[in-house]
Write a protein that binds this ligand. Structure first.
Ligand code: SIN
Length: 291
């Protein structure tokens, strides 16, 4: 195992993701994911069935809304931009955590590179524990009492504007009013196993703070987005065909860099079932010894 950045990310060698994983090895990979938040496996050759089997090392698979799965493998989505799609926005092209607007956002996401550009198309991740821990005690305390609202508005009735150019190569369903419903999650998310705290807001799905307007929320959210994506909290993956990335979707953000017009990029993604995010108040209420 080789860390790839000071804040997060590690490359793991000696694993064949196409084969059933011995329990001890699966435990080690999960421990590496816990520690590094995103792990990379190179030179993998997996069928879609094998990708699903490998993904179950990280939990039960779940289907995400608004993005159609593959006909034969509904739990897998294809993340595709064609070579002839120029000047368009791409799936995952802004910092986010997958589907944070759900009651149970996915715990882990697994992405397999089938075809990648000769240059560009990297993915970045940011460590949201590190971002939280770098804030002043006063800011940590302020945020600990706040919830933020999240919605899938990018799939909703108003977005994207009719004339906006978006990749047609990914099976996204839009104009769904359900997607506009807002759901509150704590701004400071606590890992119930360790008690460690992380920031839990992102510029794609977070709309505002609970009980505040979007206008009132904009300043502090803007600060938090700039803060948590500071270079020192991030790592970057240059893909090759056969690379698999697995990330902890609860305590990290990620974004796909859309700098490869003229090249085809095809990835397959699975997600695992997550839990309801809990904040400091719920964590201390459920901690052992609390009355
Ligand atoms: C995603 O947000 O899951 C897509 C990431 C990527 O295409 O690199």
């Amino acid at each position: 195992m080789r860390p790839v950045g000071g804040a997060l990310g590690a490359e793991i060698g000696g694993i064949d993701a196409s084969r059933a994983m011995a329990p001890g090895i699966a435990d080690q990979i999960r421990a590496a994911l816990d520690r590094h938040l995103v792990i990379f496996l190179r030179d993998q050759s997996v069928s879609l069935g094998q990708l699903k089997a490998f993904s179950t090392c990280f939990g039960e698979l779940t289907r995400v809304p608004y993005v159609g799965g593959l006909a034969d493998h509904p739990q897998i989505i294809a993340v595709l931009k064609e070579a002839d799609e120029h000047n368009i926005s791409t799936f995952g092209g802004t910092w986010h955590t997958d589907f944070s607007f759900l009651e149970h956002p996915p715990a882990a996401s697994i992405l397999f590179a089938e075809q990648v550009p000769a240059v560009g198309g990297d993915t970045l991740w940011a460590n949201m524990y590190a971002a939280y821990e770098a804030l002043s005690p006063g800011m940590q305390q302020t945020l600990a009492g706040l919830n933020a609202m999240h919605s899938g508005h990018v799939y909703g009735a108003a977005r994207p504007p009719a004339n906006s150019a978006t990749s047609q190569s990914i099976r996204i369903s839009r104009n769904n009013p359900e997607a506009d419903v807002e759901r509150a999650h704590p701004v400071v998310r606590v890992n119930p196993r360790t008690g460690r705290r992380a920031l839990y807001v992102n510029p794609v799905y977070t709309t505002r703070f609970e009980d505040m307007t979007q206008h009132e929320s904009r300043g502090l959210l803007g600060f938090l987005y700039a803060h948590c994506t500071r270079a020192e909290f991030t790592c970057r993956l240059q893909w090759a065909p056969g690379t698999i990335a697995v990330w902890d979707n609860r305590y990290s953000l990620h974004m796909a860099v859309n700098d490869y017009d003229g090249y085809r990029r095809l990835m397959y993604r699975t997600s695992t079932v997550g839990e309801t995010p809990i904040g400091p108040a719920e964590a201390s209420a459920s901690s052992p010894g609390h009355g």
